[in-house]
Design a protein. Structure first.
Length: 278
């Protein structure tokens, strides 16, 4: 993985290797102990400084800091998909950290839609991704009747409240190293993915990237595949034994399992494409 040094949660450490140095963990915990307004300013300043450095490099044609995805998934997607497409990324975080679509936009001229429910991260994503439409909402299945969704904050591991039997334990793993905010619940508008695509007048979607902490089947159930069937769908599946079935039940015969981009992320291709299977 390339990109700016980051301060991962425990789950990130499991995916990317050793835990960060003790001094870095101590710094994050010290920041986490600050009063909320000051803590947010510190994190915002850190992101802004990193963004300025990265923009300066990119302006010189240096993209060494511009592929932040885990397991080099962005590099794999670049090789497969090329330039000038349209993406949707749900679970966008701040628009940079662990993004599967950042390099497609910044290096290869893609445009598209980002979805991030955490308000502070949504604001950062707006700054980070000027070429994208960025929505602050939670994606739901078609037929969902409530106007809002309540989530439990855990940074990159934020989950829909009650969507997992262990949702408190799930976010506790993230907070074990420290997050920008303490654990809390918050509510955001509920939207289907197809309603967002209709709102922006999206063209044909080339890539849908989903990382929504186990809520992927519900998000896919809010996508009208008769009108908005992406060429490729990249889905995080944390538990292959239990997670694959519900996702493939929604995708149906319209998609085939094309390639595993990481131990947890599966790329599906629309079956009517003439693509070479690996």
């Amino acid at each position: 993985m390339t990109g700016e040094p980051r301060l991962p949660a425990v789950s990130d450490a499991e995916e990317t290797g050793p835990r960060p140095p003790a001094w870095r963990i101590a710094v994050v915990r010290a920041i986490a102990g600050l009063p909320a307004p000051l803590r947010r300013r510190v994190w915002a300043a850190r992101r802004a400084a990193a963004r300025r450095r990265r923009r300066a490099l990119e302006a010189r044609g240096d993209f060494s800091q511009s592929q932040p995805a885990l397991h080099s998934m962005d590099a794999q997607l670049e090789e497969l998909l090329g330039a000038g497409g349209y993406f949707v990324e749900a679970g966008a975080n701040d628009g940079y950290q662990q993004s599967n679509t950042y390099s497609l936009e910044r290096i290869h001229g893609w445009r598209g839609v980002l979805v991030e429910p955490v308000p502070d991260l949504h604001r950062e994503a707006v700054l980070e991704r000027p070429g994208a439409r960025v929505f602050n909402c939670a994606l739901v299945a078609a037929g969902y009747t409530e106007p809002e969704v309540t989530l439990r904050y855990g940074g990159l591991m934020t989950v829909v409240g009650g969507s997992r039997e262990d949702d408190r334990e799930w976010v506790a793993a993230a907070h074990a190293v420290a997050q920008e905010e303490r654990e809390h619940e918050f509510s955001v508008p509920a939207r289907t993915l197809s309603s967002l695509l209709d709102e922006v007048g999206a063209p044909h979607v080339d890539l849908l990237s989903l990382d929504v902490e186990g809520y992927e089947p519900q998000v896919l159930a809010g996508l009208d595949l008769e009108r908005h069937a992406p060429r490729y769908v990249l889905v995080e599946i944390r538990d292959g034994e239990t997670g694959t079935g519900p996702i493939e039940a929604v995708l149906g015969d319209r998609y085939v399992r094309f390639r595993d981009l990481s131990p947890y992320d599966v790329l599906y291709a629309r079956a009517d494409q003439d693509v070479a299977r690996p």
